[in-house]
Design a protein around this ligand. Structure first.
Ligand SMILES: [Fe+2]
Length: 387
């Protein structure tokens, strides 16, 4: 079966190897004549960005690169991008890269025509209605990692340095109008990044599956996403040039982000303060905390795990069977076992617990959480307790 398709769910997706060549056509279809390609500095130095720019220019489009985007992007990355967009007379954004670049790019496209500050559009109550929709620039998203799924998301995560929290900037129209998913762009990802981002996709599917809200469509997508990850993540990690494995992981990543409209949970609540304060890698942090959160939530999710283990074809259709698979997968792809191994110390537990409680992901956790619960859970993850 050829791994290629044109899909319109949840947005317009051009999927398949080599389809980056359709970038100019995708821009033109949105009325973009002078694109600002937003990426990170590492990618900006790679031939794939030069090629994307070249494709646009050869087709007669203007295209400039903005790459002042850090991992766990901050407000300044967005405001500088907005300044570059205005100074260059751009009329659309190509969001090109991993989660940080895509999130920064989507926030830049939101902000180019707004008068209010960025934090006025945080995902609270109906704050998104403050957005002047006519002031938003169109976005073509091109993911180069398989994990975040930001290319099909309606929000950006931006770190607020004033209180070291990750804030979610949300508007339904932040969903990129066109996505180009070309697995060839992910072939060069190092094994460690492939593992960490792939585990982020798994955490999205898994937290969506476990969250207590009613959303059977999201559950269906989450379950199939996890099946693809189970089958293909180890190959993508250990055999990076396997296009088939890369393709399946790329769509599994988009599936995770589509599914988590149903909700996330304590994996993301625990992970966000680590990223905001210590700059730990988001996917890696989720991967470390994953089994501890499963064990914590066990009594609320036991039945769901039986169904999931059966769908995934695990040898034991039980919570324990699923947990054993997660632990084995984590070690197969080289994920550390404790938060201590990625620099989180016991003294951070009390500091991060209130931030985790306040995180928007907390509302989707299968069990209600308290600050004390998060402190205990952090100590479990830091010290390898409860497993
Ligand atoms: Fe995530």
């Amino acid at each position: 079966m050829e791994l290629k398709g044109n899909w319109n769910y949840p947005t317009s997706i051009r999927f398949g190897a080599g389809r980056i060549t359709e970038l100019p056509e995708a821009c033109r279809g949105l009325g973009i004549e002078r694109a600002l390609l937003v990426t990170d500095p590492g990618l900006a130095a790679l031939p794939m960005v030069a090629r994307a720019v070249g494709l646009c220019r050869d087709a007669g489009l203007g295209c400039e690169v903005f790459s002042d985007v850090q991992p766990n992007p901050v407000e300044e990355n967005v405001s500088r991008g907005v300044a570059a967009f205005r100074a260059g007379g751009h009329d659309g954004v190509i969001a090109f890269g991993g989660g940080s670049a895509l999130d920064a790019a989507k926030a830049i496209a939101l902000m180019v025509g707004q008068t209010r500050p960025l934090w006025d559009f945080e995902d609270r109550e109906d704050w998104y209605t403050r957005v002047d929709v006519a002031g938003m620039a169109p976005v073509v998203a091109v993911p180069t990692t398989a994990g975040t799924g930001s290319e099909v998301g309606r929000a950006s995560v931006i770190t607020d340095l004033s209180d070291h929290t990750k804030k979610i900037i949300f508007h339904p129209r932040m969903l990129p109008a066109v996505v180009i998913e070309d697995p060839e762009l992910t072939l060069g990802l190092p094994a460690k990044v492939t593992a960490a981002t792939g585990m982020d996709a798994l955490s999205h599917c898994l937290e969506a599956w476990c969250s207590p809200f009613y959303h059977p469509m999201a559950e269906g997508i989450a379950a199939e996403g996890m099946r693809l990850i189970r089958e293909w993540l180890p190959t993508a990690v250990h055999e990076g040039t396997n296009v088939k494995a890369r393709a399946h992981m790329l769509i599994a990543s988009s599936m995770g982000a589509t599914a988590f409209q149903k909700g996330l949970g304590a994996m993301h609540s625990l992970s966000h303060p680590c990223g905001a304060n210590l700059n730990t890698h988001h996917g890696l942090t989720n991967a470390v905390v994953m089994p501890y959160v499963l064990v914590w939530n066990r009594r609320a999710i036991e039945d769901k795990m039986v169904r999931l283990a059966a769908y995934l074809g695990l040898s034991s259709h039980s919570f324990d069977g699923f947990l054993a698979w997660v632990l084995k997968l984590r070690s197969d792809v080289g994920i550390p076992h404790t938060l201590a191994e990625i620099g989180v110390k016991e003294e951070h537990a009390a500091e991060f617990a209130p931030q985790a409680l306040a995180d928007p992901s907390t509302g989707g956790n299968p069990l209600p959480m308290t600050e004390e619960d998060f402190r205990t859970l952090y100590l479990n993850c830091i010290g390898g307790r409860s497993l």
